[in-house]
Write a protein that binds this ligand. Structure first.
Ligand code: PBG
Length: 331
């Protein structure tokens, strides 16, 4: 044979058999890696599939409690609560967001008492409560930062009072982590955590989620507060600011188009990093699988593994339950 090859190095040895492959596998998923999003609606005995997030449901609180119990039994240790605010309660001041008897506050209390060991995280942003569908207070055509932060801090306090374990601010206003930490400290909530959506991009992949909560912006877009997908330095800046301001966990969102940002974040901080595999990323896989174009189970695992491999310690994902079910089958 005329071609000389280097036979001293044989990387394929480590891929020879399934035993060897699993022996040298670097990244493994476990149910405890996941944060399962929950969409809660008013009413009783409700369970409606979200058309743009196939296989995912909006449930009334009574139905949610059973689901949380199931998730816990599957090994999932954290849920992220979103609520759908009735239209009549939406305004431009976040009034319902701070209501101690609001759906979010009632949900936190009920989940805590039904499944006390589950870690409850709550989304903090005004969009589900906003008559404009924006994450902050609107003046003219502007989303005003500091008045919004004041409401977000009060909202976070009301979640802490209801017993939430982690506040998850997803609004991208400046200074909100410091303001939330301060109000928690002042009110003696020394054990309430903050998982900040630190590097949150202005992404089209949130489309199905906005459909689920009827929270799409009524005018304009979210580009004056969420980040430009073209930027990586601003991600680093936002992440480091949130660490300084007192975040306990920082998040990168979305996940799959931002694996580089997840890695850079992981290398830059000494606290856990989470990533949100968002609704549009999930919906794309579901839709292609429904068409028979990709194999759903494999796409679910490959995409999720890539997020963990990139550096995410925690993954918020609509696949959380399906993956936990599969992992339970293997054991
Ligand atoms: C609210 C919020 C959004 C998501 C999480 N919290 C939507 C948005 O910012 O427009 C998106 C989650 C997803 O798409 O799965 N601020």
């Amino acid at each position: 044979m005329g071609i000389e090859i280097n036979t001293m190095k044989r990387p394929r040895i480590l891929r020879r058999s399934s035993a060897i492959r699993s022996m040298v596998e670097e990244t493994r998923l476990s149910a405890a890696d996941f944060i399962a999003p929950l969409f809660i609606v008013e009413g009783e005995n409700k369970e409606e599939e979200i058309s743009a997030i196939p296989g995912y449901y909006r449930r009334s609180l009574d139905k949610t409690l059973g689901e949380v119990e199931t998730l816990y039994q599957l090994g999932i240790r954290s849920v992220l609560v979103f609520i759908k605010c009735p239209d009549g309660l939406k305004d431009n001041a976040g009034t319902e967001a701070v209501n101690p008897e609001g759906l979010m506050q009632r949900s936190i209390r009920a989940i805590k008492s039904a499944v006390p060991n589950m870690c409850i995280m709550s989304d903090v942003a005004l969009d589900p409560y906003s008559s404009f569908g924006h994450d902050g207070i609107v003046e003219g055509s502007r989303i005003v930062n500091d008045p919004t932060v004041e409401v977000l801090a009060r909202m976070a306090l009301s979640h802490a009072e209801a017993g939430v374990d982690f506040i998850a601010p997803s609004d991208m206003m400046d200074g909100r982590i410091a303001a939330i930490r301060k109000i928690l400290e002042e009110n003696h909530y020394h054990e309430t955590g903050i998982m900040s959506y630190s590097a949150k991009y202005a992404s089209c992949f949130y489309g199905p989620f906005r459909h689920a909560l009827d929270s799409a912006p009524g005018f304009g877009d979210k580009k004056t507060y969420q980040m430009n997908p073209a930027n990586r330095l601003s991600a680093k800046r936002e992440v480091l600011l949130d660490v300084e301001e007192g975040a306990d966990i920082v998040m990168v969102k979305p996940a799959m188009s931002y694996l580089d940002i997840i890695r850079e974040t992981k290398d830059a901080v000494q606290i856990p990093v989470s990533a949100y595999h968002v609704s549009g990323e999930y919906a794309m896989i579901k839709a292609a699988a429904q068409k028979g174009w990709i194999e759903e189970r494999e796409a679910m695992f490959e995409s999720t593994i890539s997020i963990k491999r990139a550096g995410a310690d925690l993954i918020a994902s609509y696949f959380a339950k399906s993956i936990a079910l599969e992992l339970n089958k293997e054991n």
